[in-house]
Design a protein around this ligand. Structure first.
Ligand code: HEM
Length: 241
């Protein structure tokens, strides 16, 4: 077996890939929220130009990049299930005995760790629904289009307006963003640990950094459905467009 294969098939190798794919997904979320924040201007041209600009800038690399993103999500989900369900089950000597609680009850990280599969599962469900609601609907349905610099492009702004007109969808998105924050808070900490970059004296600082990343990202995403639902742009920028 080659050295690379050995790493990939070892338990620690899978944790490494899980951590790296997690960082990759955080990178995607940062660029995604940055693009989405253009919704705040209330000017449809901004988000539409951003979405259309991605396609023209990446050119022939756009669809391969999307497939790579899907691959990254799938790799992360597959490894999460493999490490937490398949390997843990195989490692438990008595498969039918429930894990015992420690004397002092489960630790703070223990609770967050077992929540990862629940918050991750919810996020996985959300991403499939979300991509179908906006990305796939705009790619294949072309229900809403608009003219931008003389070219017909998908009216992504309109898709968002329609989506967040519903109080139920808005509440669902806001709720999921809270779970995203919980997932990121523990995921960041856990990824640093898996990469072996955690020193006991850094533990508090890394936990704090994970918390800041989680709060900033979840809040930046969370304000968008609320902002759109209550049409705050027209209240804030009345008469300016
Ligand atoms: C409430 C917050 C969010 C809003 C308003 C939002 C909005 C959007 C919009 C407008 C698009 C279409 C962009 C385009 O066509 O170029 C999109 C695509 C997408 N979103 Fe979100 N999003 C949110 C949160 C999230 C979260 C938390 C995730 C992941 C955990 C996510 C994952 C994706 C993915 C994977 C795509 C498809 C990207 C592509 O294929 O180019 N979104 N989102």
């Amino acid at each position: 077996m080659s050295a690379l294969k050995k790493i990939l098939f070892s338990s620690i190798g899978k944790k490494y890939i899980m951590a790296i794919s997690g960082f990759g997904l955080i990178g995607f979320l940062v660029t995604h929220v940055a693009g989405n924040l253009t919704l705040l201007s209330g000017n449809p041209d901004h988000i539409n130009a951003y979405a259309a600009g991605l396609k023209t800038t990446l050119g022939p690399l756009f669809y391969p990049a999307e497939f790579a993103l899907v691959g990254l999500f799938l790799l992360h989900i597959f490894l999460a299930i493999y490490i937490n369900v398949v390997e843990k089950k195989a490692a438990r000597p008595d498969r039918y005995r429930k894990p015992q609680k420690g004397k002092g009850g489960p630790s703070k990280f223990g609770i967050a760790g077992s929540n990862m599969i629940i918050t991750g599962g919810l996020l996985g469900f959300f991403v499939v629904l979300h991509v179908w609601q906006i990305r796939l609907s705009s790619e294949f349905g072309s229900k809403y289009t608009t003219m931008l610099n003389g070219k017909e492009v998908a009216d992504i702004y309109r898709y968002c307006v329609e989506l967040f007109a519903s109080p139920l969808t808005t509440a669902f998105y806001v709720g999921v963003m809270v779970f995203l924050g919980i997932h990121l808070r523990h995921g960041f900490w856990s990824a640093i640990q898996s990469l072996g970059a955690m020193k006991p004296e850094w533990s508090k600082a890394i936990y704090g950094l994970g918390l800041v990343i989680a709060i900033v990202l979840a809040t930046a995403f969370l304000i968008l459905p609320i902002y759109m639902h209550f049409d705050l742009a027209s209240k804030l920028f009345a008469g300016s467009h």
